[in-house]
Design a protein around this ligand. Structure first.
Ligand code: AMP
Length: 185
């Protein structure tokens, strides 16, 4: 199973990714969590991406594509993965497909957790992570609409997009997601 989970800040990507990862026994890779962790440990990658996260902007494609490439070449991801927060642009989506072709692997589904902007804002404000401050959340939601949602056409045209109503409770979202995955495999 190879799934990319898409959605804005507070859409529930992390919660659902964690549940799917347990259910299917495959690694959960959250690019946002990995980048925040790299910033805390001030690694080279952390220092490179810090200005972008601090401004609620997307990290440049080249950096992200190189990062995902080396990560998906690690042996623990050979049998599948849940990507949480990647890809975020049409360019990343295309490059991911090129990488999968090269690895002779195939994406199972791109899952969009659909949640209204006002609910994304409320949910994100309720947590207190590095980049969950109000003006940053607004910018991240703007990045979602301007850079990430246009990418959906890419998956829709290939018949790979599953849309799930993410404004329900986590259990309801999980249930709907599992049902759709089981009936659509
Ligand atoms: P997230 O926790 O998934 O909302 O990601 C937090 C932040 O990490 C985003 O606002 C971006 O600055 C950065 N980020 C995470 N994933 C990506 C990606 N695929 N492309 C570019 N930037 C990313």
């Amino acid at each position: 199973m190879r799934i990319v989970l898409l959605g804005g800040p507070g859409a529930g990507k992390g919660t659902q990714a964690q549940r799917l990862s347990q259910q299917f026994q495959i690694p959960w890779l959250s690019t946002g969590d990995i980048l925040r962790h790299e910033i805390v440990r001030q690694s080279q990658l952390g220092q490179q991406v810090q200005p972008y996260l601090e401004q609620g902007q997307l990290v440049p494609d080249e950096l992200m594509i190189a990062f995902i490439r080396q990560r998906l070449l690690q042996p623990d991801t050979a049998q599948g993965w849940i990507l949480d927060g990647y890809p975020r642009t049409a360019f990343q989506a295309e490059e991911l497909d090129f990488l999968l072709d090269e690895l002779e692997q195939r994406l199972t589904w791109a899952v969009l957790l659909e949640v209204e902007a006002s609910i994304l804002m409320q949910r994100s404000l309720a947590r207190s992570r590095l980049d969950d401050e109000p003006t940053l959340i607004e910018r991240r939601i703007q990045a979602l609409f301007e850079q990430t949602l246009p990418m959906l056409d890419y998956y829709e045209q290939r018949g790979r997009l599953l849309r799930i109503n993410g404004s329900q409770t986590p259990d309801q979202v999980e249930q709907q997601l599992l049902t759709r995955l089981n009936t659509s495999l």
